[in-house]
Design a protein around this ligand. Structure first.
Ligand SMILES: Cc1ncc(COP(=O)(O)O)c(C=O)c1O
Length: 374
């Protein structure tokens, strides 16, 4: 189906931060499958884990226990906060789980409250509830009527959340850095303010860390930059190193699902969980969270050199915004010169490379982007 416009290139092979097209041409990948390939392409540990698991057991469903699933849940909880984990297959599904948790929690704890406050410009996925939660009408309006119960307010505006709160409100749902709209980080104090407001008003705080989680911003989870913990956190993208998997973590306060409430046939199957365990192990073993912070600073400096109107980001989640509408032409010039970047709209370009990127690769990207920007 014609659901999106594709760039005129077909990739057939990848290794580290390098992709090869069907003519054997090499490209430096600063997009990483849209913030997915944290360890680059075909990382040997992920390949080995998937191969071994495929030889052992690929799928059984959630009617039974699975060792990789239990181990992965345990690892995620140890890295984040005390919680239970629901596994699914994508970021949208992880957010659907979070929305259903909020609604059930509201029935039990806030007199049937069901409204979720989210932000204008946010992106939470493409399923009907997730696309309605996201604050971008261009993605949701064609699919009206939309589910009720979502209110959008400006990002980085705590007063707007306070003003929008009423007896129907059950939760606030935010990205710690808005990604799809072009990398807008939370201002200092914003998330801490929202956390306090949620505590004072007895609301759930849901953080969508689908793009920001797992080292991308220079911490394991972006909320750790802000000294807060959410009640519910969603993950996907990089978790499986390219193998589809999503997760929704609920703290004891938000742990309301009981048997029969929710489910997924494929969610957290042994193959995806084995890949994810390998991803977490390599991030830990190779110190990639700190490395992402360091490389993020280098990438930020490289973008500052392009003469753009604005450069913003956190860790290896960076964007530049041009004053003129030339992001798409810039993306094409970079592609022609063998560097993959992502124009999110006419003005802004997003860079979310693998966490394993090194300084030589950033320098190579820098010199190509400089030529493309002039
Ligand atoms: C913050 C955020 N949430 C949710 C999603 C949706 O994830 P998926 O495409 O895996 O459904 C995305 C995808 O870009 C995202 O960036």
């Amino acid at each position: 189906m014609q659901t999106g416009r594709r760039l005129p290139v077909t990739f057939v092979r990848g290794r580290g931060c390098i992709l090869y097209d069907d003519s054997g041409r090499e490209y430096l990948d600063l997009v990483a499958g849209i913030a997915v390939n944290l360890l680059g392409h075909s990382h040997p540990d992920v390949v080995a884990a998937v191969t071994a698991q495929a030889n052992q057991l690929i799928h059984t469903s959630n009617l039974y226990f699975s060792q990789p699933q239990v181990e992965l849940a345990q690892r995620l909880v140890e890295l984040s906060f005390p919680s239970r984990v629901f596994f699914c297959n994508s970021g949208s599904e992880a957010n659907e789980a979070a929305i259903k948790i909020a609604r059930k929690w509201g029935t039990a704890n806030r007199d049937g409250a069901f409204e979720i406050i989210t932000t204008t410009g946010s992106f939470h996925g493409r399923t009907l509830a997730a696309v309605t939660a996201g604050g971008q009408h261009k993605y949701s309006d064609p699919f009206k009527p939309l589910p009720e119960g979502f209110v959008h307010v400006a990002y980085n505006d705590l007063d707007a959340i306070k003003d929008a709160t009423n007896v129907r409100t059950v939760a606030v749902m935010l990205e710690p850095v808005m990604g799809e709209i072009g990398i807008i980080p939370a201002d200092p104090g914003y998330l801490a303010g929202v956390r306090s407001w949620c505590d004072a008003q007895n609301l759930l705080l849901i953080l969508d860390e689908v793009q920001t989680g797992l080292g991308r911003t220079g911490r394991w989870f972006a909320h750790q930059h802000h000294g807060i913990t959410p009640d519910v956190m969603t993950l996907a993208k990089g978790l499986g190193g390219g193998v589809p998997i999503g997760a929704c973590l609920a703290s004891p306060r938000a742990d309301v699902f009981t048997p029969g409430d929710h489910g997924s046939t494929f969610g957290g199957n042994p193959l995806a969980c084995a890949a994810a365990i390998a991803v977490l192990s390599v991030i830990e073993r190779d110190g990639l969270v700190g490395h992402a912070a360091e490389m993020g600073d280098l990438l930020h400096d490289a973008l500052l050199d392009l003469g753009a109107k604005d450069v913003r980001g956190l860790g290896l989640m960076q964007a530049c915004e041009f004053a003129e509408p030339r992001a798409k032409a810039f993306q094409q010039s970079c592609l022609d010169a063998g560097v993959i970047v992502n124009a999110v709209d006419d003005h802004s370009v997003r860079l979310v490379p693998p966490l394993i990127i090194d300084s030589a690769e950033i320098e190579r990207a820098h010199s190509t982007m400089r030529k493309a920007a002039t």
